[in-house]
Ligand binder design. Structure first.
Ligand SMILES: Nc1ncnc2c1ncn2[C@@H]1O[C@H](COP(=O)(O)OP(=O)(O)OP(=O)(O)O)[C@@H](O)[C@H]1O
Ligand code: SF4
Ligand SMILES: [Mg+2]
Length: 352
């Protein structure tokens, strides 16, 4: 079966230039460096990793908001780079984005109704203003807001409500895939859970697929079917979310999960502590890029970049199985969030 989204060997290197009169290229930021993954219909794939590892750049490449250095993105088998004009517009309509900061992404001078009607006009949904008004009301209802909210301006809404408007705007074009880039990071815990539940509900009702970019491992564990872990522009592990959390196979995944746990007296020391900063993507380490921070690194790791085999890129992935597993990601904050997930309801518009 053809995957809804098929990303192959995607690479984005940003040139770094210096010089005042005569500019010359002095290096390249390897923001995304040969990333491959698929997303099936109705599936949620999470992208996780430390700041600067290339998550947002990957999302922007998928939506073709920026051009790749090399590699390919296919939607339903169609190569995006091969399309232009009407064909590209038609395909673009099927992929939309939800941003982290709904306030920054909404025009403060437009009412919420006009904000949502904009993509309807752009994509020719509804032939009259009355039809578009009906559609706007329908979209507002879908995200748990009321039709009369259409007359208000973004500043009249709370953070959670604004994110609901952002989601309604993304849904206006009738997409199959939503790239959600840290869509709940700016929200309080309880509101965060409600918006995550809304995303899960919309996925089920509309058959949506998500590329879900997040730092928040608790949210990822709750929402994602599969999870890809990125380090310095590459995917180092990609697995079913439950399996990845229960039995991480890459030392970096293990470290990331351990880092989500606060130190507690009596608790076993995490099997891998994540120490040191992420190296610069301008000048990544030789061999396996994780080797300066990896306790298992040996001479081979310093010279030879590991290939992705069975969802993990590590020369010593098998040795991981012998190590004790990190404690479950379930610290107090995450536990509270999970409580919210269980109890939060999406309706309660006024409380958001
Ligand atoms: N337009 C650009 N020009 C040069 N470098 C860029 C550009 N956009 C991103 N980068 C660099 O590419 C790397 C990846 O950035 P990206 O924003 O994709 O990371 P991220 O994983 O989304 O980080 P965060 O979690 O902080 O949002 C970073 O080193 C960043 O500085
Ligand atoms: S390849 Fe070597 S350095 Fe890289 S993660 Fe595996 S063990 Fe660590
Ligand atoms: Mg980002």
């Amino acid at each position: 079966m053809t995957a809804l989204l098929d990303v192959r060997n995607l690479t984005k290197h940003f040139p770094v230039r210096k010089g005042w009169l005569i500019e010359r290229e002095v290096g390249r930021v390897r923001a995304v460096d040969g990333v491959s993954f698929t997303i099936q219909r109705g599936e949620t794939l999470a992208l996780v990793g430390e700041s600067g590892c290339g998550k947002s750049t990957t999302g922007r490449l998928v939506l073709r908001l920026i051009e790749p250095t090399s590699g390919e993105v296919r939607l339903d088998g169609e190569v995006l780079a091969d399309l232009s004009g009407e064909a590209l517009r038609r395909l673009r309509r099927r992929m939309q984005i939800v941003f982290q900061d709904p306030y920054a992404s909404l025009n403060p001078r437009l009412t919420v109704g006009d904000t949502i009607a904009e993509p309807l006009l752009l994509h020719g949904v509804g032939s009259t203003a009355a039809e578009r008004r009906l559609k706007v009301a329908e979209l507002l209802g879908l995200v748990g807001l009321r039709a009369e909210h259409a007359r208000r301006y973004p500043h009249e809404f709370s953070g959670g409500q604004r994110q609901r408007v952002g989601i309604a705007r993304a849904l206006a074009a009738g997409p199959d895939l939503i790239v959600a880039d840290e869509p709940v990071s700016a929200l309080d815990l309880s509101i965060r859970a409600q918006v995550v539940n809304l995303l899960a509900d919309l996925r089920q009702r509309l058959g949506l697929s998500y590329l879900f970019i997040s730092h928040d491992l608790a949210v990822v564990r709750h929402l994602a079917d599969r999870t890809a872990v990125m380090y310095l522009g590459r995917i180092v592990e990609l697995a079913e979310t439950a399996q990845l959390f229960a039995r991480p196979r890459h030392p970096y995944t293990r470290a990331l999960l351990s880092a989500a746990l606060p130190p507690q007296p009596g608790r076993q020391r995490p099997p891998v502590a994540l120490e040191g900063d992420v190296p610069s993507p301008l000048n990544p380490p030789s061999g396996c890029a994780f080797h300066p921070r990896c306790p298992l690194a040996d001479a081979r790791c310093r010279q030879e970049a590991p290939a992705m085999v069975d969802g993990v890129a590590c020369h010593h992935a098998d040795a991981q199985a012998a190590l004790p597993m990190p404690p479950r990601v379930g610290n107090e904050r995450l536990h509270r969030l999970h409580q919210f997930f269980r109890t939060a309801t999406q309706s309660a518009t006024s409380s958001v």
